[in-house]
Design a protein around this ligand. Structure first.
Ligand SMILES: Cc1cc2nc3c(=O)[nH]c(=O)nc-3n(C[C@H](O)[C@H](O)[C@H](O)COP(=O)(O)OP(=O)(O)OC[C@H]3O[C@@H](n4cnc5c(N)ncnc54)[C@H](O)[C@@H]3O)c2cc1C
Length: 369
């Protein structure tokens, strides 16, 4: 049993908890970060790192390392099985990070952990939050490490513990929304034939729905489909030599009504989950965590929900719209992309707005940047 309360206890060392740790540390604020696993996720999961995240992680020296490790996607092509419908040149974005950085989440987490280690900070692995008792402006947290129980008191409790958050459930935050029954599939693949360069993401509209390919680098990348069994429905022109990871998943749209209860705060998937369309989930969570660290330093945590809830709502609506648009049956989408999108992209204000959205700069710029 440890009696001395700690200032900031972060539950979860996914990309969001690790960002909270780095940002608190950068601001000279003490913290402890725990995770019930023993290492970063081995799965590639969230792939796209956008310009806002790179802006945020620049100050801790992480962005440079992410860029070095990742693959810059500079162009997105939309086609059907016969012809190209649209090319979007991301390098036309008027920003220094005028690309989408594709990097498996396993590597993103490893780089964040290394950055913490360089600052002599470590994650307390194999440590699980079991229960929380709010008491006298503190949270008494029961933690379990290798079957040993201990209690820690914390002033600020940061729940970055993912979609099934113990912090959210134990403190009874509402998490309303809906789950969609459709099954999506993804596969990380090595490919032997593909007619596109590897700085080019490609969305192919097929009879079974759209299939997106995001290259990790030369000869490898992620396929995503809004239907099951992606490896039996490959886009034309692609030959897969090996699949290194496959998964099927369903989409839910949920957000907490408030991101805080007293000094307990939620960030990342603990606070919001939605469709992967647009690659916003991890990026938005990283922005939650950095915003919270800033507010803790400023002693202005009462503003956290007001700053983050509208952003969550906007992104939930945006990803829902995009998902419904790309999965709607019929020829309407092909026709709209072939004839209307190029017209829209030829109008500079519309093109700039679309590019800003694509690289994640469509939400208010964080105050400290
Ligand atoms: C199969 C799959 C594919 C995905 N693909 C994409 C994608 O293509 N694009 C995209 O943007 N997003 C994708 N995501 C979502 C993306 O992974 C999340 O948005 C991102 O991981 C959120 O980060 P986080 O830190 O909030 O939560 P997580 O990454 O879930 O991290 C939470 C951490 O908390 C720890 N934890 C949980 N409970 C406790 C506890 N009680 N005590 C201690 N530690 C605890 C967990 O071990 C974990 O390390 C995918 C997710 C999955 C599962």
């Amino acid at each position: 049993m440890s009696d001395k309360p700690i200032a900031n206890l972060i539950i979860g060392a996914g990309p969001v908890g690790l960002t909270a740790a780095l940002e608190l540390n950068r601001r000279g604020l003490p913290f402890k970060i725990i995770d019930n696993d023993g290492e970063p996720t081995p799965e590639s999961r969230a792939l796209a790192i956008n310009a806002r995240t790179l802006e945020i992680l620049e100050s801790s020296g992480v962005s440079e390392k992410l860029i070095e490790a990742g693959n810059k996607v500079e162009k997105i092509t939309v086609r059907n099985q016969q012809q190209t419908l649209l090319n979007v040149d991301i390098t036309q974005s008027p920003h220094k990070y005028n690309f989408l950085l594709v990097l498996p989440q396993s590597q993103t987490e490893t780089i964040l952990i290394e950055a913490l280690k360089e600052q002599s900070q470590n994650v307390e692995w194999y440590t699980s939050l079991k229960s929380i008792t709010p008491m006298d402006n503190l949270f008494k947290c029961n933690l379990e490490t290798n079957d040993e129980l201990k209690t820690i008191s914390a002033k600020n409790l940061i729940g970055a513990d993912g979609a099934h958050s113990t912090v959210r459930k134990t403190l009874d935050f509402s998490f309303d929304g809906e789950s969609i029954p459709d099954i999506w599939s993804l596969a990380d693949v090595e490919i032997s034939e593909w007619p596109y360069p590897f700085n080019n993401a490609v969305v192919t509209l097929t009879e079974v729905g759209p299939i997106a390919f995001f290259p990790f680098g030369e000869g490898k990348g992620r396929l995503v489909s809004s239907k099951p069994d992606i490896l039996n429905n490959l886009p034309s022109g692609m030959k897969v030599s090996k699949s290194t990871w496959q998964s099927e998943f369903k989409i839910s749209y949920r957000q907490v009504a408030s991101y805080q209860k007293g000094n307990a705060f939620l960030a990342g998937d603990a606070a919001h989950i939605h469709s992967p369309a647009g690659g916003r989930g991890m990026n938005m969570g990283i922005e939650d965590a950095a915003t919270l660290a800033y507010l803790i330093e400023k002693n202005q945590t009462e503003r956290y929900t007001d700053l983050r809830h509208p952003v969550g709502e906007k992104i939930l609506n945006f990803t829902r719209q995009q998902t419904e648009r790309i999965t709607s049956p019929g020829m309407g989408l092909s026709i709209a992309i072939k004839y209307l999108a190029p017209l829209a992209f030829s109008i500079p204000p519309i093109r700039n707005k679309a590019l800003k959205t694509l690289i994640g700069l469509d939400t208010p710029k964080p105050e400290w940047l």
